[in-house]
Design a protein around this ligand. Structure first.
Ligand SMILES: Nc1ncnc2c1ncn2[C@@H]1O[C@H](COP(=O)(O)OP(=O)(O)OP(=O)(O)O)[C@@H](O)[C@H]1O
Ligand SMILES: [Mg+2]
Length: 257
């Protein structure tokens, strides 16, 4: 049975596309057949994260009934299926997201997991992604504006009856100025199921158009994302012993410095 999971946040820029593209690759490594769709119709950029160059047909065309799903689906070298959105202004103006749930329902069956890279905000397109999904992964940052907007998203998902998987707390810096994990959980009313550090290699991986789990597979942040992917499918991912040892080594080393 296909699971449709939307990454939603309310606030923009918290890391939905980054996490969605990384989770897609990590789930693919767990032998899941994954389709990732850019449901961010107004400011899409999944194609840039995944290194999909020019694409003649897109999710916009599919929503307008002007393409078949196969025409708007691209296969990443990893094996992940990607449905990017159109980046032209005319795509934006001509396309209505209201059909999104039915269009996505038609894609169910060929994939184990369909990940929806959600739009920022809670306008029509943001809501359409949540409505089209069975499950929502809330992505947020440990700061009040992000958590407040994430809470609105939670309330809307609850009203729609969409199951909430929990909170992925991204760009965590472990600073006293940040909201603590327990504060985030208390405010949101859902558990933080993943803590993903603010990662210096993230910009490099974006520039390389290669999600971090593939660009730097052995760093701690990549292991955290793989753990989250495992969590989503009930697999207890353990980083390789060498990676754990080198993580410990670098902690001791930085402590001695
Ligand atoms: N863990 C992280 N560490 C450092 N930078 C990150 C991390 N996660 C995301 N970023 C960076 O934050 C920026 C915004 O990320 P991203 O585009 O994934 O957010 P988004 O929620 O999809 O934004 P939008 O709401 O506009 O769609 C990007 O430059 C990305 O590289
Ligand atoms: Mg995005």
């Amino acid at each position: 049975m296909t699971r449709v999971i939307c990454l939603a946040s309310g606030k923009g820029g918290v890391g939905k596309t980054t996490l969605a593209s990384n989770l897609a690759l990590a789930l693919n490594d767990f032998n899941k057949r994954v389709l990732i769709i850019d449901t961010n119709l107004t400011t899409p950029n999944l194609g840039f994260h995944m290194g999909i160059p020019l694409y003649p047909k897109t999710f916009h065309d599919l929503l307008r009934g002007e393409a078949y799903p196969e025409e708007a689906t691209y296969i990443h070298p990893s094996g992940v299926n990607i449905m990017p959105a159109g980046i032209s202004l005319s795509d934006l103006k001509k396309t209505d997201p209201k059909n999104m749930d039915n269009v996505i329902l038609d894609l169910v069956g060929d994939h184990d997991i369909i990940l929806l890279d959600g739009a920022a905000g809670l306008g029509n397109e943001g809501l359409a992604g949540i409505k089209a999904a069975d499950e929502v992964l809330i992505v947020t940052n440990p700061e009040l504006p992000a958590v407040t907007d994430a809470l609105k998203t939670v309330k809307i998902a609850e009203e729609m009856g969409t199951h909430i998987l929990g909170v992925a707390l991204n760009k965590h810096r472990n600073q006293p100025s940040e909201l603590s994990i327990s504060e985030v959980e208390a405010l949101m009313g859902y558990p933080v199921i993943s803590i993903i550090p603010e990662e210096k290699f993230m910009q490099e991986s974006l520039a390389a158009k290669t999600p971090l789990v593939s660009y730097r597979p052995n760093i701690n942040t990549s292991h955290e994302i793989k753990k989250l992917a495992g969590n989503l499918i009930g697999v207890d991912y353990q980083p390789p012993v060498q990676a754990r040892a080198s993580g410990l080594f670098s902690k001791i080393f930085s402590f001695l410095k």
